[in-house]
Design a protein around this ligand. Structure first.
Ligand code: NAD
Length: 499
């Protein structure tokens, strides 16, 4: 991926950066009540970037109070949608102006290549703009009554929305959550991942500059088991929107049940199948896409195409092409715009990926390339693109989400077998399908248990289409006007009219 700035430009920009390290509560940047801080580390170098305010239950309580006050005050929740739109467009404009800086913060915090982060920023800014532009085009309904009554169906904001997001696309996942929630008129409390808090805190500065009223958007930096848990257990949070692992998603549902039955939207993990039929067009280009589907963002992608299912007659030739493309997708310095892959987010994740690779070998899968840590930058955490062939659905690397650059290749002999293998997963987030046969494309697309199906592409789609999963990949839908619906509630007003 190319950017206009050179490697040296990005290094200089990184050296000049100043970080916001305090939480943003009630329109002020503050330390955590406890005074506690945690380190955020650049995984490409091992350097501590900053010590960040570590929020916990008392900070959550304060932020929720500010959020509720803002909601009751009504200077956002009851503001004309066209005026909310103006404020959100100002925010988008500020994000655009500081796009390089925001991209750099994500790259330094979690290791992804800066070219990739810039792509995320376009997505994040586009999401804020889309929701701003949509909100003043949403109408309520008038029910089909007789003359003696008037039935109105109004759309109202939910109240206080807490958004808990992961580290793999820090600012883009944030935008997918806060864009529709703010546009709908809610007060939003964001908890970024403890592994990537920097861009969220910078976003808070920009939201303040854009003039969002006090308490409408707040950012609580902190850990999941402290700040995240307190938000999920709060009796005064009306909705929890979450992107992260399936395990934590399950816990959050319990917290919602234990507290106030808050509405909960979950975008969780995946083990996405990518089905390549022998009649696909241009094997080499499909192979390049299949490699990018798993190696983009170091494989730390919820919709990573981690299970590659190839029709047996072309399997070996296809793998050869994937191997050739993987060779060009090696990790490099995330600040070098030429790097395809960057660093793995932290030591825990790095070890987890290497453990899965070892288990794959032990369980009898055939390692075709990679399989080891590499060091393009001294002190950094990197893993080479790794490809296993001869994987079975019983193997851990064939079933479980690795969340790293590890591709598992399976063979199949028939369409039926391919669909059965694809659906044999607890997840259902994304699936890919490569073929030129339109009848097969329609048949298979309908049969795949998946929130999205990519036909002759991987990860296609823009703001106009919903994004989310089925099964244990979750239940919410980000993007499109459907996400706006999720952050609002229908209210019926039934009026009796005099004859
Ligand atoms: P994670 O579940 O560990 O953490 C996600 C967020 O939840 C973080 O902010 C974390 O602090 C918080 N959290 C952790 N424990 C908590 C608790 N007990 N209570 C409240 N909050 C808690 O996930 P991660 O490692 O940050 O991200 C990787 C996971 O996210 C992968 O499983 C990936 O598939 C998933 N993901 C899904 C999507 C999607 O759209 N479906 C997108 C990106 C990532």
């Amino acid at each position: 991926m190319s950017t206009q700035l050179s490697h040296a430009d990005w290094q200089k920009l990184a050296g000049d950066l100043r970080y916001e390290t305090r939480a943003f509560i009630g329109n002020r940047f503050v330390d955590a009540a406890s005074g506690e801080r945690f380190a955020t580390i650049n995984p490409a170098t091992g350097e501590v970037l900053a010590e960040i305010a570590s929020c916990d239950a008392p900070d959550v309580e304060l932020a929720v109070r500010h959020a509720r006050d803002a909601y009751n005050r009504g200077d956002w929740s009851r503001l004309a949608p066209g005026k909310r739109k103006q404020a959100m467009l100002r925010l988008a404009e500020l994000m655009e102006r500081h796009k390089n800086e925001l991209a750099l913060l994500d790259t330094l915090d979690m290791g992804k290549p800066v070219g990739s982060s810039l792509g995320d920023m376009s997505g994040a800014i586009g999401c804020i703009r889309y929701n701003a532009e949509t909100i003043d085009k949403v109408y309520g309904e008038v029910a089909p009554t007789g003359e003696e009554s008037l039935g109105l169906v109004l759309r109202e904001p939910l109240g206080v929305v807490a958004s808990i997001v992961p580290w793999n696309f820090p600012l883009m996942m944030t935008a997918w959550k806060i864009g529709p929630a703010l546009a709908a008129g809610n007060s939003v409390i964001l908890k970024p991942s403890e592994k990537s808090p920097l861009s969220a805190l910078r976003l808070a500065q920009l939201a303040q500059e854009a003039g969002l009223p006090d308490g409408v958007f707040q950012v609580l930096s902190g850990f999941g088991h402290t700040a995240g848990k307190a938000l999920a257990l709060s009796m005064d949070v009306d909705c929890l929107s979450f992107t992260g692992s399936t395990g934590v998603g399950k816990q959050l549902m319990q917290y919602a049940g234990q507290s106030n039955l808050k509405r909960i939207y979950l975008e969780c993990g995946g083990k996405s199948p990518n089905l390549v039929f022998a009649d696909c067009k241009d094997i080499d280009s499909v192979a390049e896409n299949a490699a990018a589907a798993i190696f983009h963002n170091q494989g730390e992608v919820c919709i990573a195409g981690s299970r590659l299912l190839v029709e047996n007659p072309i399997r070996e030739a296809f793998i050869e092409r994937v191997l050739a493309h993987a060779e060009n997708m090696q990790p490099g310095d995330p600040l070098d715009p030429a790097s395809f892959m960057g660093a793995i987010v932290d030591e825990v994740q790095h070890k987890r990926i290497l453990d899965y690779i070892r288990q794959g070998v032990e369980e009898g899968a055939h390692l075709r390339t990679g399989g080891a840590a590499v060091s393009p930058v001294e002190g950094g955490l990197f893993v080479a693109p790794t490809i296993f062939d001869g994987v079975t659905p019983q193997m851990a690397i064939g079933r479980e989400e690795v969340f790293g650059p590890v591709l598992s290749v399976f063979g199949f002999d028939s369409e039926e077998e391919a669909v059965a293998m694809a659906n044999d997963s607890e997840y259902g987030l994304a699936a890919g399908l490569w073929s030129q046969d339109i009848d097969r494309i329609m048949r298979v697309s309908r049969r795949l248990h998946s929130g999205q199906v990519f036909v002759n592409n991987w990860a296609g789609g823009d703001m106009t289409v919903p994004f989310g999963g089925v099964k244990q990949s979750g239940n919410g839908r980000d993007k499109s006007h459907h996400s706006l619906e999720e952050y609002s509630e229908l209210k019926t007003v039934w009026m009796s009219l005099a004859p």
